[in-house]
Design a protein around this ligand. Structure first.
Ligand SMILES: NC(=O)c1ccc[n+]([C@@H]2O[C@H](COP(=O)([O-])OP(=O)(O)OC[C@H]3O[C@@H](n4cnc5c(N)ncnc54)[C@H](OP(=O)(O)O)[C@@H]3O)[C@@H](O)[C@H]2O)c1
Length: 350
C-alpha cells in the first residue's frame, strides 16, 4: 500500500532541477535548435536551455499560431529564442533552422497509432533532420526516441533486464497494430543509419510514458492517458504495465546528454514501472473527488507483470528522477490550474 502525503512539488522539483543545472557547465551563448519546440517535452527543453543561457532556435509549423505563445513568455525568450517555420518533410526549412547551430534536439514527431500520420513524418522527418544536421556540421544531435522502440518483444524471457541493447520487434508491433512503436523503431534506426553514413554524433533518449506539468496550452497524448482517469471517460483501467517518467527529468536528460562529451548510444529514461491499477490507486489517494476507475478492464486474465529494466546508464551520469507519485500529483494540479480539469468534478446525479 502506498503511504501518500501531498508532496510539495514546486520546491522539491525546483531545487532538484537547479541542483542538476548547477553541476552542468554554463552555456556560453551556444546556438542550438529544438524541433517541434511547442510540444510537451520540447517546451521544457527550450525552457531549460534558455535558463542555461543558450541561444535557441525552435522549429514550429506555424510561428504565428497562438499555441506558441508560452514559448515567447519563457524567461530569456525575448533575447535568445527565435521560432523558425519548419515541417519535418521540408528539408530546406529544416536546413534553414539548423544551419549555424552547434546542436540539435530532435523531438518533433507525430504521436499516434495511425500509420498514415505516423510513418512518413517520423521516419523521413528524422532522416531530413539528420541530413540538415550533417550539412550544418553540428557538434551533436540528441534524438527523442521512446521506450516503445525498446521493450516490445514477445519473445523476451521475463528474466531479461531490458536495457539499451534491446529493440522492439517490428513484426510484433505490426501484428499488434502498434504503429507508434513501429514508427519510433524505424525512425530511430533511420537516425542511427544517417548518423553513421554522414558522420554525425548522435545520442538517443528512450523515455517511458512522460507525465508532469504542461507548459503548452493544449493537452498532449501522454497527458490524456492520465486525464481520462479523472474525467470519468475511462470506466475501467487496462491490464497493462508501463514505464513512467517526469517531463522535467526527460528535458534535463536531453541537455545532460548534449553537454557531456562522454555520453554515447541510447539512454533509457524512466523512473518507475507501474501497472495501470497502481496509477489509478495513486490518483485516487491524492484526488478522491474524481470518478477514478476502480475496476480492471480484463479481470479474468492474470495481472500483467512489470518487466525488469535498467537505467544504470543515466544513473551513472548522476541523473536523479522525480518520484512518479509526485509527478502524478503535479500533473493533476497543473491540469486543474490550466483549466483542463475542473477543481471539483461535475455531479452526475446518480
Ligand atoms: N510524451 C510521451 O509520453 C513520450 C514518450 C516517449 C517518447 N516521446 C517522444 O517525444 C517526442 C515529443 O513528444 P511529446 O509528448 O512532447 O509530443 P507533442 O506534445 O505532441 O509534440 C510533438 C511535436 O511534434 C511536432 N510535429 C508533429 N508532426 C510534425 C511535422 N510533420 N513537422 C513538424 N513538426 C511536427 C508537433 O508540432 P505541432 O504542434 O505543429 O503539431 C509537436 O510540436 C516525440 O518524438 C515522441 O515520440 C514522447
Amino acid at each position: 500500500m502506498y503511504k501518500l502525503q501531498n508532496p510539495q512539488p514546486t520546491s522539491h522539483n525546483y531545487s532538484q532541477l537547479t541542483n542538476h543545472l548547477s553541476i552542468m557547465s554554463p552555456a556560453t551563448n551556444q546556438v542550438v535548435c529544438v524541433t517541434g519546440a511547442a510540444g510537451f517535452i520540447a517546451s521544457w527543453i527550450v525552457k531549460l536551455l534558455l535558463e542555461k543561457g543558450y541561444v535557441v532556435r525552435g522549429t514550429v509549423r506555424n510561428p504565428d499560431d497562438s499555441k506558441n505563445n508560452h514559448l515567447r513568455e519563457l524567461e530569456g525568450a525575448k533575447e535568445r529564442l527565435t521560432l523558425y517555420k519548419a515541417d519535418l518533410l521540408d528539408l530546406e526549412s529544416l536546413c534553414e533552422a539548423i544551419n549555424g547551430c552547434e546542436g540539435v534536439f530532435h523531438t518533433a514527431s507525430p504521436v499516434t497509432d495511425d500509420p498514415e500520420q505516423m510513418m512518413e513524418p517520423a521516419v523521413m522527418g528524422t532522416r531530413n533532420v539528420m541530413v540538415a544536421a550533417a550539412e550544418a556540421k553540428v557538434r551533436r544531435v540528441v534524438f527523442t526516441s521512446s521506450v516503445g522502440a525498446v521493450y516490445m518483444d514477445p519473445n523476451r524471457s521475463p528474466d531479461v533486464v531490458v536495457d539499451e541493447s534491446c529493440w522492439s520487434d517490428l513484426q510484433f508491433c505490426k501484428n499488434t497494430k502498434n504503429w507508434y512503436c513501429y514508427g519510433k523503431v524505424v525512425a530511430e534506426q533511420a537516425a542511427w543509419d544517417e548518423a553513421k553514413a554522414r558522420g554525425v554524433d548522435l545520442v538517443v533518449v528512450n523515455p517511458g510514458l512522460v507525465i508532469g506539468p504542461l507548459l503548452q496550452p493544449t493537452v498532449n497524448a501522454s497527458i490524456i492517458h492520465i486525464l481520462k482517469y479523472l474525467t470519468g471517460s475511462a470506466k475501467t483501467y487496462a491490464n497493462a504495465v508501463q514505464a513512467y517518467v517526469d517531463v522535467r527529468d526527460v528535458a534535463l536528460t536531453h541537455i545532460i546528454l548534449f553537454e557531456t562529451p562522454s555520453t554515447f548510444g541510447r539512454y533509457l529514461c524512466a523512473e518507475s514501472m507501474l501497472h495501470r491499477g497502481e496509477v489509478v490507486e495513486i490518483l485516487a489517494k491524492y484526488f478522491p473527488e474524481y470518478p477514478i476507475p476502480t475496476k480492471c478492464k480484463d479481470e479474468t486474465k492474470p495481472r500483467a507483470r512489470p518487466y525488469k529494466y535498467s537505467i544504470q546508464k543515466l544513473k551513472d551520469l548522476g541523473v536523479k528522477f522525480i518520484p512518479i507519485k509526485e509527478s502524478l500529483y503535479d500533473t493533476v494540479k497543473n491540469l486543474q490550474e490550466n483549466g483542463h480539469l475542473p477543481m471539483q468534478p461535475t455531479q452526475t446525479g446518480d
